[in-house]
Design a binder for this molecule. Structure first.
Ligand code: NI
Length: 171
């Protein structure tokens, strides 16, 4: 297992639309273990493949928020089957946007179909933090970022700040 570098915004690699996974092999399973390790180390509750430079429809998540009892979720080729009409507005963070927390509106519950790492179809009904997180991560797979879901003024402010940070601490 390995901790991978996380791509920070702004970066064109975060804007790519990811392609579905077709090979469910040991390489995929090892990658997902690395993604989980990277996410836990950050620490974060979700990580999508484009954040580590991989353009495939892969997400890892763990919203249990309890180090003693982890419940990792490995999600491949997710598809939202149903979104509730009720909306919640919750503060979100993103590992590609260090120290930026923004209130974003999303469906309160979603039903998602996906494949697990063994290519077995799975379905979950997510609500609360889990719903917010899965929608945020699925957005990443389509090249969408949480700043795309807030006002342009706020978005410009955040992007300016990030650009400045990038110049100051070049990595
Ligand atoms: Ni994110």
């Amino acid at each position: 297992m390995a901790i991978l570098p996380i791509i920070k915004a702004p970066d064109p690699r975060l804007r790519r639309v990811c392609t579905p996974v077709e090979e469910f092999d040991n390489k995929l399973r090892a990658l997902m273990d690395d993604m989980l390790e990277t996410m836990y180390a950050a620490p974060g509750v979700g990580l999508a493949a484009p954040q580590i430079g991989i353009t495939s429809r892969i997400i890892v998540m763990d919203v249990s928020n309890d180090e003693g009892k982890r419940s990792p979720l490995k999600i491949i080729n997710p598809k939202i089957l149903e979104s509730s009409d009720t909306i919640i507005k919750q503060e979100e963070g993103c590992l590609s946007f260090p120290e930026q927390y923004i209130a974003v509106e999303r469906a309160e519950t979603v039903r998602v179909l996906f494949r697990d790492e063994n290519n077995i179809p799975q379905e979950i009904k997510a609500e609360g933090l889990s719903s917010v997180c899965i929608q945020h991560e699925i957005d990443h797979l389509d090249g969408l970022l949480f700043v795309d879901r807030i006002s342009q003024i706020k978005k410009n402010m955040i992007m300016r700040k990030l650009k400045k940070n990038k110049r100051t601490y070049k990595k």
